[in-house]
Design a protein around this ligand. Structure first.
Ligand code: PEP
Length: 256
């Protein structure tokens, strides 16, 4: 058992308007009363336009819920229409941002060069990036899932110092398991999460490798989280669909 605090992060994707987001966070706050939140970190990742609402509820009710964004601009400020900077997110009290989610890679052509720049922009703004990596089905079927995932990892952390690398969160999300209901087996998740940790060890040494939290993501539910969390190198989960239901998300967070 490691001494890394588990992290359960709920990716709302492009769901919920601000009123629905408000109701969800309030209900999540209620549901988390039965969870030992000193032992697990719970985070929600709403659409940009809902972050201010989440901040208001979390601060007013002193909820044990962190929050962040699903994306971040690689740029600091200026003429980048439609983008949101790390400093803007930080000013809203956000602490995390996902970078390189497979839906960003697929629909917005986020290459490793882009994820590297966004990871760097996150640290520059004082946010913790959750770098998402993971293989499509063809790569898994060809037995190249580890190789593929590690190439994304190495591309995404290329310009980090050891001190920054120690703070990053990595989410292993096989693309074929996201939103499909088809969860990776705990052994499959462990294989790749361990390979990620080994790669971090080779790049930055034991201290970094032992500190970094590696999450699994892809159809996580309360019915499969216990087995996944039983694996040595799985330190939490990135949860999409199931994070939209407060009771279910709190059950996942309370996996102990
Ligand atoms: C995700 O959005 O990162 C995700 C893992 O989604 P789901 O849990 O719905 O598969």
């Amino acid at each position: 058992m490691s001494n890394r605090t588990p992290l359960m992060a709920g990716n709302w994707k492009m769901n919920l308007d601000w009123k629905q987001g408000l109701a969800l966070v309030e209900e999540l706050g209620d549901q988390l009363k039965s969870v030992d939140t000193d032992r697990v970190e719970v985070v929600v990742l709403p659409p940009f336009v809902d972050i201010r609402t989440v901040q208001t509820v979390v601060e007013a009710d002193k909820l044990p819920i962190g929050y962040g964004s699903q994306d971040i601009s690689a740029h600091e400020s200026g003429a980048y229409t439609g983008e949101v900077s790390g400093a803007m997110l930080k000013a809203l009290g956000a602490t995390y941002t996902t970078v390189g989610h497979s839906e960003r890679r697929q629909y917005h052509a986020e290459t490793e060069e882009v994820t590297d720049a966004k990871v760097k922009a996150s640290f520059d703004a004082g946010l913790t990036p959750i770098l998402c990596v993971g293989e499509p089905l063809e790569e898994r079927q060809a037995g190249k899932h580890v190789e593929y995932t590690l190439a994304q990892l190495e591309g995404g952390i290329a310009s980090l110092s050891a001190e920054q690398a120690k703070q990053i969160v990595i989410a292993y999300e096989p693309v074929w398991a996201i939103g499909t209901g088809e969860v990776a087996t705990p052994d499959d998740a462990q294989e790749v999460c361990a390979a990620i940790r080994d790669a971090l060890r080779a790049l930055h040494g034991d201290e970094v490798a032992d500190a970094v939290r590696v999450l699994y993501g892809g159809s996580v539910k309360s019915s499969n989280v216990v087995e996944l969390m039983g694996k040595e190198d799985v330190d939490g989960a990135l949860i999409g669909g199931a994070s939209l239901k407060a009771e279910e998300f709190a059950r996942i967070a309370g996996f102990q």
